[in-house]
Design a protein around this ligand. Structure first.
Ligand SMILES: [Zn+2]
Length: 239
């Protein structure tokens, strides 16, 4: 095989590896994003539960203050009752005290219901916080694992890029020009094998004369349609 083609195959092999790593690296970004999202969702759930805990506590405090007010009101009525002159006035205040007591009882029932609800919410919140701690630990482990892989791939990528640069300097100007012209379009498949008399890149049937010349392998031969460099069917694909 022509030395130049051998070098092109080395270059192509490097390009294929670089391409594969780049594709692989693309997959990690959404994975990392997913991990972040998972933690974020749990945090929002914890925040939501803490918030509703706070507002129900406020509501309970408000009711407790109202009960205290109503109790002082009863005491005030009781003091008034001792000073009244008529039985009718006395009865009127007794009725009023009874009304306020009924209101207090209703409020106490509501406070009790809120307390029960608060207990449930607190249990939910504790459970949610535990889950958050677990998820954070899990996602941190996974993130570190992925980041280590990314780091390793990037190191390999740098090494391959350097090798590629060296490889490019070893090509003759003519081959380098051919390569530069078509590499962007056909990265990873600049050099292709002939398959059943057709170009292995674009599958166009090749002329018999061209097939003979490719087989002889004395000069670089290219497909007239896609311009890829051709190697014969028997030639090994990679160096
Ligand atoms: Zn072709």
């Amino acid at each position: 095989m022509l030395e130049e083609i051998k070098q092109l195959l080395i270059l192509q092999n490097l390009d294929q590896q670089i391409l594969a790593i780049r594709e692989e690296l693309k997959l990690y970004r959404p994975q990392l994003e997913n991990l972040k999202q998972k933690v974020q969702e749990k945090k929002e759930q914890v925040d939501g539960l803490s918030h509703s805990g706070t507002s129900s506590l406020k509501e309970r405090r408000r009711m407790e203050a109202e009960i205290a007010d109503k109790e002082s009101l009863i005491q005030k009525y009781q003091r008034q009752q001792m000073e009244v002159k008529t039985n009718r006035e006395y009865q009127a205040i007794t009725t009023e005290i009874g009304n306020v007591r009924t209101q207090i009882e209703a409020l106490e029932d509501q406070v009790l219901a809120i307390l029960t609800q608060e207990d449930e919410q607190k249990q939910q919140l504790d459970q949610c916080k535990e889950e958050l701690t677990r998820i954070e630990a899990e996602t941190t482990r996974e993130r570190l694992r992925i980041e280590a892989i990314i780091e390793e791939r990037k190191t390999r990528l740098d090494k391959l890029k350097k090798e590629r640069k060296t490889c490019l300097t070893q090509l003759t100007t003519e081959v380098r020009e051919i390569y530069d012209r078509i590499v962007d379009r056909y990265v990873g498949s600049v050099v292709v094998q002939v398959i059943n008399g057709s170009c292995g890149g674009c599958y166009m049937q090749l002329l018999p004369q061209l097939l003979v010349e490719v087989h002889q392998g004395r000069k670089i031969k290219r497909c007239s349609r896609c311009m890829r460099v051709l190697i014969s069917e028997e030639a090994p694909r990679s160096p």
